[in-house]
Design a protein around this ligand. Structure first.
Ligand SMILES: Nc1ncnc2c1ncn2[C@@H]1O[C@H](COP(=O)(O)OP(=O)(O)OP(=O)(O)O)[C@@H](O)[C@H]1O
Length: 665
C-alpha cells in the first residue's frame, strides 16, 4: 500500500542537467542575477588567491630560502663550486668579512665565501649576511597571511551573497508553488496525497536551494581551480606537470563510477525517508484507531521493517563513501609520490628548483579536491533536476479553479461582470438534468433536476453513498457536472465569477475544519476587520457566546491544530458563526452524523434556525426530524431523485421516505 502512495514519482531519475528545466528556472533566478554574478566574480577572485599561495611559497623558497644571500650578495660560480658574495662597500658587510679572513676571498669590492663554508659562520653573522633574504621571507610570509585573510573575507561575502540569491529565488519558487497548489481544483487533491504535495514544497525546494548554493557557483570555482592549477603547473614546468597528470583519468573514472553507485543509494534513501515520514504521520493521525484495535505491535513491526530498509540503504551509502574517499586519497598520495620521485630527481640534477617542487606538491594536494567535489555535486545536481521536474510538473498542472483572464481586456470585462453579479441576489437555483462522476463511467449523480427559490429550504435525504455530498459539491463548484447544467438566476454557474458566487454561499460541513488560528480569525476567515459589536452579534446569533466566554482569552484564544482542543459540537457552533460572518444568501448545510450531547444539539439547532431565517437553504439531512420542516424534500437513491415533495405529501405517498421514517422512529 505504501509503495502506491505517490512514491513511484520519487523514482523519476532526473537527468543531471536539463536545459529545458534550467530555462524554466530562469524567471526565478533572473531577479537575482546581480548578486549571482557578484558571487561568480568573487569566486574568480578566490580562485586566483588560492592559486597564488603555492606560487608565493615557490618564490620564498627559490629566491630567499635556498640560494645564498641575494641582494647585497649574489650567487657566483667558478666551475669548482658556488659562492655567496658580499659587497665590501657596505661597512657592516666589510666588518663581517674581516672577522672571517680564512673563509672570504676578496676581489676588488666583492668578497665571496664558498657555500659549503656558510655553516661555519656564527649564527648571528650568518643571519646578518643573509638579512635581505630574511626580509624577503618575512615579506612573503606577510603576503601569504594577507592572501589568507583576503580569502577569508571574500569567502564570507561570496557565501553571503550566494545564500541571499539562493534563498530569495527559492522563496519566490515556494510561494509560486504554494499559490498554485492552493488554486487547484478539489479533484486534483483526490489524486495527489497530502504527503506528496508537502514534500514538493519542502524537500524539493530544499534540493533546488542546494543547487544554487552548493552547485552552481561552486562548480565554476572547481572548474576555474582545475584549469588554473593545470595552467600554472604546465607554465612552471610542463614535463613535471605531465607526469602528475598521468593519474588524472583514473581519478575521473573513479569519481564517475562512484557517483553513479551513490545516485541509486541516494534515491532509495529519499524514498525510504518519505515512507517513514508518512508512516509516522499516519500513526499520529490514526492513534485512536491503533490504540483501540491494539495495533501497536503490528504497526511497530511495519515501522521497524521500514526503518531497517532505511538503515540498510544508509549503510550502503557509507560503504560506497568509505571506499571512494580513501581511494581518492590513495590516488592523491600516488601522484604526490610521483612528484616527489621525479621532482626530487630534478632538484638533484638541478633541472628543477626546490621552490618548484614545493609548489608542485601544494598544487597536487589541491588538484584532486575539485574533481572529487564535482563528482559529489553531480548527485546534488541530479537530485535538484528531478526536484525541479516534479515542481514544474505541479506548476504546469492546468486545473486552476478560476481561469485566468487572458488579456487586460478580459480582466476588465471580468471585473465589470463580477461587479454586476456582486449586486445581484440569488433568486433561483436550478438543477437541469445534471449527471456527474468522479471516475469516467461511474456516475454518482444521474439526471438530477429540481428547483429552489429564494427563501425556500430544500432537504436532501437518502442512504449513505447516494450522492448527497456530491450534489452540494456541484453548487459551490468544487466539481462541475459531466452533463446538464446548474443554473443560478437562469445562468450556468460556470458563467458566474467564481469568487463572487462563493461569496454569496456559506457551507457548514459535517466535520468543520478549523485552522490553528484564534477563534476570531477562524470566524472572520480573511474578511476585513469587523467591529466588536458585529462580532458580538455573530457570537450571540450562533450561540457561541458562552463557549467563547469560557475560553481563557475569549475570541482571541488560539486553537490547536484542526481545532482539536474543541469538541465536535463546539467546532460546529464556530463554523455556524463563520457562516454568519459571511452574511450569505444561500446556506448549504451538511448535517453532522456524529453524536453530540443533547444540550449542544439544542444550541446547534437554534443557531442553525437563526442562520437559515430569511435565507435560502439546502440541507443534507441525516435525521429525518430536520428534514420535516423543509419546503421540499428530495429523496436520493443511487444518484437519482426517487421522490420529491413536502413531508406531508411524501408521508402520504407511503414510498421510500415513509419507510425511512418508520425505521427511524
Ligand atoms: N472524491 C471522490 N472520488 C471518487 N468517488 C467519490 C468521491 N467522493 C465520493 N465518491 C463516491 O461517490 C458516491 C457518492 O458519494 P457522496 O459522498 O456524495 O454520498 P453521500 O450520500 O453524501 O454519503 P454520506 O451520507 O455517507 O455522506 C459514493 O459511491 C462515493 O464512494
Amino acid at each position: 500500500m505504501f509503495s502506491e502512495f505517490g512514491y513511484a514519482e520519487e523514482k523519476s531519475t532526473g537527468k543531471p542537467y536539463d536545459l529545458r528545466l534550467l530555462k524554466r528556472l530562469m524567471p526565478f533566478v533572473r531577479p537575482y542575477r546581480t548578486p549571482l554574478l557578484g558571487a561568480l566574480a568573487l569566486v574568480m577572485m578566490l580562485t586566483a588567491l588560492e592559486l597564488a599561495l603555492p606560487y608565493i611559497t615557490r618564490i620564498a623558497v627559490d629566491r630567499y630560502i635556498v640560494p645564498p644571500p641575494a641582494t647585497h650578495t649574489g650567487v657566483s660560480g667558478d666551475g669548482k663550486g658556488r659562492y655567496a658574495d658580499a659587497e665590501m662597500s657596505d661597512p657592516e658587510m666589510a666588518a663581517l668579512v674581516r672577522k672571517y679572513p680564512d673563509f672570504f676571498q676578496i676581489t676588488g669590492t666583492t668578497a665571496r665565501i664558498p657555500l659549503a663554508d656558510l655553516p661555519k659562520l656564527d649564527r648571528a653573522d650568518l643571519m646578518r649576511l643573509r638579512r635581505d633574504d630574511i626580509r624577503g621571507v618575512s615579506l612573503a610570509a606577510c603576503l601569504f597571511l594577507l592572501l589568507i585573510i583576503a580569502d577569508f573575507v571574500l569567502t564570507f561575502f561570496q557565501v553571503l551573497v550566494l545564500e541571499y540569491a539562493g534563498q530569495k529565488a527559492m522563496h519566490d519558487l515556494r510561494v509560486a508553488l504554494f499559490t498554485h497548489i492552493q488554486s487547484l481544483r478539489i479533484a486534483y487533491f483526490n489524486r495527489n496525497p497530502i504527503a506528496r504535495l508537502v514534500t514538493r514544497t519542502t524537500n524539493d525546494i530544499q534540493n533546488m536551494h542546494e543547487l544554487f548554493t552548493s552547485v552552481l557557483v561552486a562548480v565554476f570555482k572547481d572548474l576555474f581551480l582545475l584549469v588554473g592549477i593545470m595552467a600554472v603547473m604546465l607554465g612552471i614546468r610542463w614535463q613535471l606537470a605531465l607526469i602528475c597528470f598521468t593519474l588524472l583519468p583514473f581519478v575521473v573514472f573513479a569519481s564517475l563510477y562512484f557517483s553513479r553507485l551513490a545516485r541509486n543509494v541516494f534515491r532509495t534513501l529519499r524514498i525510504k525517508t518519505a515512507e517513514i515520514n508518512t508512516r509516522f504521520a499516519e500513526t499520529i493521525a490514526g492513534i485512536r484507531v491503533i490504540q483501540l484495535f491494539r495495533q501497536e505491535q503490528e504497526n511497530a513491526r511495519k515501522f521497524r521493517e521500514l526503518n531497517h530498509e532505511f538503515y540498510a540503504a544508509g549503510m550502503r551509502q557509507i560503504h560506497i563513501f568509505a571506499v571512494f574517499m580513501p581511494l581518492i586519497e590513495v590516488l592523491t598520495a600516488l601522484s604526490l609520490a610521483l612528484v616527489i620521485c621525479y621532482g626530487g630527481q630534478g632538484v638533484m640534477s638541478e633541472e628543477v628548483t626546490l621552490g618548484i617542487l614545493v609548489a608542485f606538491i601544494s598544487y597536487m594536494r589541491m588538484f584532486f579536491r575539485p574533481i572529487r567535489e564535482i563528482a559529489e555535486k553531480y548527485n546534488i545536481l541530479q537530485n535538484a533536476m528531478s526536484s525541479a521536474e516534479r515542481i514544474f510538473m505541479i506548476l504546469d498542472t492546468d486545473e486552476r479553479e478560476v481561469a485566468e483572464p487572458v488579456s487586460e481586456d478580459g480582466e476588465r470585462q471580468r471585473a465589470a461582470e463580477s461587479g454586476l453579479q456582486q449586486n445581484e441576489r440569488i433568486e433561483t437555483l436550478v438543477f437541469d438534468r445534471v449527471s456527474m462522476h468522479y471516475r469516467r463511467g461511474e456516475d454518482v449523480l444521474r439526471e438530477i433536476s429540481f428547483q429552489v427559490r429564494a427563501g425556500e429550504t430544500i432537504a436532501i435525504v437518502g442512504p449513505t453513498g447516494s450522492g448527497k455530498t456530491s450534489l452540494i459539491n456541484l453548487i459551490i463548484r468544487f466539481y462541475d457536472p459531466a452533463s446538464g447544467r446548474v443554473l443560478i438566476n437562469g445562468r450556468d454557474t460556470r458563467a458566474w465569477d467564481l469568487p463572487t458566487l462563493r461569496r454569496k454561499i456559506a457551507l457548514v460541513t459535517q466535520d468543520p475544519f478549523l485552522f490553528s488560528e484564534n477563534i476570531r480569525e477562524n470566524i472572520i476567515q480573511g474578511k476585513a476587520e469587523i467591529s466588536a459589536q458585529e462580532m458580538d452579534e455573530i457570537l450571540a446569533a450562533s450561540n457561541c457566546r458562552e463557549l467563547v466566554r469560557r475560553l481563557p482569552q475569549g475570541a482571541e484564544t488560539r486553537l490547536s491544530e484542526g481545532g482539536a482542543s474543541l469538541s465536535s459540537g463546539e467546532r460546529q457552533l464556530i463554523s455556524i458563526a463563520r457562516a454568519f460572518a459571511r452574511d450569505p444568501e444561500l446556506i448549504i448545510l451538511d448535517e453532522a452524523t456524529s453524536y453530540i450531547d443533547s444540550e449542544t444539539e439544542v444550541k446547534i439547532q437554534e443557531a442553525l434556525s437563526n442562520l437559515m431565517r430569511g435565507r435560502t437553504a439546502i440541507l443534507v439531512a441525516h435525521r429525518l426530524s430536520t428534514a420535516r420542516e423543509a419546503d421540499t424534500i428530495l429523496v436520493l437513491s443511487r444518484g437519482r431523485i426517487t421522490e420529491a415533495g413536502s413531508h406531508e405529501a411524501l408521508m402520504e405517498k407511503r414510498g421510500v421516505y415513509f419507510k425511512l421514517n418508520q425505521l427511524q422512529r
